[in-house]
Ligand binder design. Structure first.
Ligand SMILES: NC(=O)c1ccc[n+]([C@@H]2O[C@H](COP(=O)([O-])OP(=O)(O)OC[C@H]3O[C@@H](n4cnc5c(N)ncnc54)[C@H](O)[C@@H]3O)[C@@H](O)[C@H]2O)c1
Length: 406
């Protein structure tokens, strides 16, 4: 007897209305099953999302940053439930700070640890220093990895602050890491669905033809000069970030940082504030390039860190100018240094460097409106804190970096 015959007979043996009812019942059971599993999945996703939200709200409250209620993005809604196994509660955000052993990065790490997050610093110590983060050694919420960001890296994290990049002319000419490093970190952000913040720079405006500079200004950059690897590198980094945002749905944030100073700056890296302070302390003449009438604005590092954290926690991609709109000529800056350190400090003029921008001053209306941020520390108030730190480091009155926490 063939199989088809058996089926045929079996079907024949059931009365037609009964068969119809059984088929209907199966369908109903199937529908009920689907509904129950959908309900369970939604509840677990929601509870995992809301526990994350409440943690970040509490920690933000602790760090004095206003709580910004945020609708989860599509990517977050889809992935958060899956990333944390059911039953495991997250204690804080897991954050990578590339370049976290450097000047800005180490102050950012201090704030994140203080807020209750777990921080992984990734740094190759090209311009950074272990001493800048040593005061966190032994803290279970802190990890330090020696790694060059031009090589890929896989870490499970919620946020990536990407700062790794030599930031002063004497260093970046020897080690342009902007493009490959940014690409790798964007790849990581995409892979683990982390939010990514790029520390770009006011150098993207080049020698600006618009003053002060708004974020809408596209800049005036020499693409083949000695500074181009940095300026154009950061411009490409911004482009990559936006492409990952548009093309792969990565949540990106872009900060355009203007000149920043403060404790833990590299002492001899050729940046103007650190140069003047170190020279005045060593009783050497302060070197002014060109006629000293070129202008810059100087932001204290704690103001910048506050701006970066607000940007990361907020809803806006940017780019945002983060800088102090107070504008000083180099000669005025030298005068403030004289008043703070040594009224007899001398000034020595040298020929100007190639492609040195004539003026620089941020328009920060966008950051004020969307981040509720503006700098609070004036140059005359911030400089003494930096001088104290430089004095300790130059004259060997060495304390650990926690004493230079701002
Ligand atoms: N400080 C400013 O005035 C200023 C202005 C504009 C933009 N920025 C940007 O802010 C970020 C931090 O600047 P900073 O002033 O703290 O400089 P910094 O030199 O003190 O810090 C940079 C850190 O990145 C690390 N680093 C460099 N290349 C790396 C690599 N390939 N892999 C891993 N780590 C690497 C260095 O060792 C250092 O710890 C930089 O991206 C810089 O371009 C700073």
């Amino acid at each position: 007897m063939g199989l088809s015959e058996l089926i045929h007979r079996g079907q024949k043996s059931q009365p037609k209305p009964l068969r119809y009812l059984l088929q209907q019942q199966r369908l109903v059971f199937l529908l009920i099953g689907i509904s129950i599993s959908t309900l369970i999945f939604s509840i677990s996703s929601y509870s995992s999302y809301s526990s994350n939200q409440s943690i970040s709200s509490t920690t933000m409250y602790n760090s004095k940053i206003p709580t910004i209620s945020r609708e989860p993005s599509l990517a977050h809604r889809v992935n958060l439930g899956g990333k944390v196994p059911l039953g495991l509660k997250r204690k804080g955000l897991r954050i990578v700070v590339t370049g976290g052993a450097g000047f800005v990065g180490s102050h950012l790490v201090d704030r994140l640890i203080e807020r209750g997050d777990s921080v992984i610093v990734v740094d190759n110590f090209f311009t950074g220093n272990k001493e800048n983060v040593m005061h966190h050694f032994g803290n279970p919420r802190f990890e330090l990895i020696r790694h060059d960001v031009v090589e890929p890296l896989l870490l499970e994290v919620d946020q990536i602050y990407h700062l790794a990049c030599p930031a002063s002319p004497v260093h970046y000419k020897y080690n342009p890491t902007n493009v490959v490093g940014t690409l790798n970190m964007l790849g990581l952000a995409k892979r683990v669905n982390a939010r990514f913040l790029l520390t770009s720079t006011s150098e993207v405006y080049g020698d600006p033809l618009e003053h002060p500079q708004k974020e809408t200004y596209w800049g005036n950059v020499n693409p083949i000069g000695v500074r181009s690897c940095y300026d154009e590198g950061k411009r490409v980094a911004e482009t990559l970030a936006m492409d990952y945002h548009r093309g792969a749905g990565v949540e990106v944030r872009i900060a355009r940082i203007f000149n920043t100073y403060g404790p833990r700056m590299c002492i001899d890296d050729g940046r103007v504030v650190s140069n003047f302070v170190a020279q005045a302390l060593r009783k050497e003449p302060m070197t002014v390039y060109g006629d000293g009438k070129q202008t810059r604005s100087f932001q204290f590092v704690s103001d910048l860190v506050e701006g970066l954290m607000r940007l990361m926690e907020g809803e806006h991609v940017g780019p945002f100018n983060l800088g102090n709109p107070g504008e000083f000529t180099m000669l005025e800056l030298a005068e403030v240094v004289q008043q703070t350190i040594d009224p007899n400090a001398k000034i020595e003029f040298r020929p100007n460097t190639e492609d040195d921008p004539h003026k620089r001053k941020p328009d920060i209306s966008k950051a004020k409106e969307f981040l509720g941020w503006e700098p609070k520390v004036a140059l005359r108030k911030g400089l003494p804190m930096m001088v104290q730190d430089f004095r300790q480091r130059i004259f060997g009155d060495h304390k650990d970096a926690s004493s230079s926490t701002v």
